[in-house]
Design a protein around this ligand. Structure first.
Ligand SMILES: C[S@@+](CC[C@H](N)C(=O)[O-])C[C@H]1O[C@@H](n2cnc3c(N)ncnc32)[C@H](O)[C@@H]1O
Length: 269
């Protein structure tokens, strides 16, 4: 299927710039929307090439909208493509955009690629994406390039890592800190590819999780929870024998944490 998308790219009459491996990712994420009545938005028009590709790829029922800061891009309007001139790093632009066009199904960000562009686009558009919709931000490797990234601490990728933590903090057992800013009401999945991040939106799938059981036979089998991490302590039995019972539990816990951390810490380098 990505061959087909690639073919649309290669035969388009309008110039387009894309990274070669992106076509496989587009197909992973977008193929289920083909032939459907969806609204697709691409930020970053330049010579209009990619919009023509999407127009054909998604089929006649799709509404295809391009956004660019450069007013010259207006010339690519027509033949089933709508063009909006605006600045993706301006929150007011997004408010006006969604007021006029309503909720959308897919937003593909191939615009300015700075932290401010990518983060503003994410925080303003997520709540305006329909259930089962997608926000795909590309060229996220700009997070590692100083020209795009005025302060690495606040890079787009760091924002995504924080969003991954936030997503996990929704788990009911997890009582750790909550963030003041959260998109947890909308995002149920975040997918990372080389230089692409995909946010999947569905408000029903962000509901609070709960444990469920079935009516099957419970044979009372013991759960060996944590036991596998403790077998390494056996060879220290002679030391344990010398320690008073009162201090033993604390000592064992410390030793276990030390040994287990040593086994994995190299994988963090
Ligand atoms: C990489 S090009 C887009 C390429 C096009 N999607 C293609 O496949 O051929 C990036 C475009 O984003 C536009 N752009 C840059 N900053 C922007 C911003 N803040 N808001 C909207 N568009 C922006 C530029 O004017 C440029 O046309």
């Amino acid at each position: 299927m990505s061959k087909e998308l690639r073919n649309l790219f290669e035969t388009s009459k309008h110039y387009s710039i894309k990274w070669e491996k992106y076509f496989e990712i587009y197909d992973d994420i977008f193929s289920k929307f083909r032939g459907k009545k969806i609204t697709f938005v691409e930020i970053g028009i330049l010579n209009g090439g990619s919009l023509k590709i999407w127009r054909e790829y998604f089929g006649p029922d799709a509404r295809v909208i391009g956004i660019d800061l450069n007013p010259e891009c207006k010339q690519f309007e027509g033949n089933g493509v709508e063009i909006v001139i605006g600045n993706q790093s301006d929150p007011i632009f997004w408010d006006e955009f969604f007021k006029k066009y309503g909720k959308v199904d897919i937003i593909l960000d191939d615009g300015g690629h700075t932290n401010l562009d990518q983060i503003t686009t994410t925080i303003k558009s997520i709540e305006n994406i329909n259930n089962d919709g997608i926000l795909l931000i590309e060229d996220t490797s700009t997070s590692y390039v100083s020209e795009y990234n005025s302060n690495p601490k606040y890079s787009f990728i760091n924002f995504c890592k924080k969003t991954v933590d936030d997503l996990n903090y929704t788990f009911p057992f997890e009582k750790k800190k909550k963030f003041n800013f959260s998109l947890n009401k909308y995002i149920y999945s975040i997918q990372f590819y080389e230089s692409i991040v995909v946010f999947k939106v569905n408000r029903n799938r962000t509901r609070t999780n709960k444990i469920i059981t079935n009516k099957g036979i419970n044979s009372g089998i013991r759960d060996f929870f944590m036991k596998g991490n403790e077998i390494y302590l056996e060879k220290y039995q002679s030391i344990f024998n010398k320690i008073s019972f009162v201090r033993l539990t604390k000592f064992k816990k410390k030793l276990k944490n030390f040994l287990n951390t040593n086994k994995i810490k190299n994988y963090f380098n």
